[in-house]
Design a protein around this ligand. Structure first.
Ligand SMILES: [Zn+2]
Length: 374
């Protein structure tokens, strides 16, 4: 994946008529010079009117280029605090965190260091009214919330936990949830069960950096769509949490169908009751998030007849050198197990921003499966 430099990204925004970069204020330029003089390896500085990423962050430091961007605040002291924080990251040369706790331990240490740098560079006053204890308390709140978001996203990977939390904040914003409702929903503790269920519906698009969308995006299950309710959300929520801790190596369980380039592989699973849902979610997610440095193309298909309970689901994911098909043979054991399909569909819909969703006849599914394996 080719990463654009900060300059290129700002220029790309300008090309679409958005001049998001502003002239750095005098105090920011002064800090930048002090940091350079102190030997901190730095690239370029950009002060932005709106963030460069969709994430709700006030700035970012790029490990490889040393570039820093900071979101301008109406409060000049806040802009300075954001810059000091990113400069502290640059000075610490923080490694990419391996766990969610490492990520937030590093944020706490960086916040500490930002205050020391502020003192040293004579801008200690920028932290007036913002005691360290308050910043550290915010960091601990975020640490806890990122663990909860990770459970809802069935991952323990820190980059994905951040993306999941950000998407959950977007969902909360779009539903008009206040801070207290978001907090309660994360803990599965809102008095309205519909809220506790709805939090699973955040978009999974941000869980990987790059997608290919050549087959289009979105779609629906058409006549095969299940009714969604609080129960399907609760079942999905519980299954996601269990899937987070599954350690199955789904890649080694794939059957090789064709070794011609691009290679074709398949993985077959059955789903007949709620207890089997975590494995299906885990397998689907492993395929959707594999090869994080590449762009991935994914399509979901649901094959069935509205009058029949038996269905086949197919997830096809392609990267450069191979395509894997996950086949899920859905055969509810008892009438009450049909809710499991609603939960699966609910999960699939959370990928609709970056994957295509199609519905076709059961016969079509059999023919496709036969053609692939026959
Ligand atoms: Zn930070």
């Amino acid at each position: 994946m080719i990463e654009m430099t900060l300059q290129e990204r700002v220029a790309a925004e300008r090309a679409t008529g958005h001049n998001i970069a502003m002239e750095p204020p005098q105090e920011c330029r002064m800090l930048w010079q002090r940091a350079r003089a102190a030997g901190i390896p730095l690239g370029r500085l950009a002060i932005l009117r709106r963030p460069l990423t969709a994430a709700r962050i006030g700035g970012a430091w790029n490990r490889s280029t040393g570039d820093i961007w900071v979101l301008q605040s109406d409060d000049p002291a806040e802009t300075l605090r954001r810059l000091l924080h990113e400069l502290a990251h640059a000075e610490r040369q923080s490694l990419r965190p391996a766990t969610i706790d490492e990520d937030w331990d590093e944020e706490a240490a960086t916040e500490h260091r930002a205050r020391e740098l502020a003192q040293r560079w004579d801008v200690g006053a920028s932290f007036d009214g913002m005691p360290l204890s308050q910043s550290l308390a915010q960091i601990e709140t975020l640490r806890e919330r990122h663990h909860l978001a990770a459970d809802l996203a069935a991952t323990r990977e820190p980059f994905q936990a951040r993306a999941a939390y950000d998407a959950i904040c977007n969902l909360a914003h779009s539903r008009g949830w206040g801070e207290a409702t978001l907090e309660a929903a994360l803990y599965d503790a809102d008095e309205d069960d519909a809220v506790n269920a709805a939090i699973v519906d955040f978009s999974r698009a941000g869980l990987r950096a790059s997608w290919r969308v050549g087959h289009g995006i979105g779609g629906s299950f058409g006549p095969l769509a299940c009714q969604q309710d609080t129960r399907s959300g609760a079942i999905l929520r519980s299954a996601l949490r269990q899937a987070t801790y599954l350690t199955t190596d789904w890649f080694s369980r794939r059957l090789v169908i064709s070794t011609d380039a691009p290679r074709r592989l398949s993985l077959l699973l059955t789903l007949s009751e709620a207890a089997e849902l975590p494995a299906v979610l885990s397998a689907a997610q492993a395929l959707l998030l594999a090869h994080p440095d590449q762009s991935l193309l994914a399509t979901w298909r649901c094959y069935g007849e509205p009058s029949e309970a038996v269905r086949t689901y197919q997830l096809s994911v392609s990267v450069d050198q191979e395509t894997t098909h996950l086949w899920v043979l859905l055969r509810p054991r008892r009438p009450r197990d049909r809710i499991v399909e609603a939960a699966l569909q609910r999960f699939i819909l959370t990928w609709a921003e970056v994957t295509a969703i199609r519905n076709e006849s059961f016969a079509e599914g059999l023919l496709t499966l036969w053609a692939q394996h026959g």
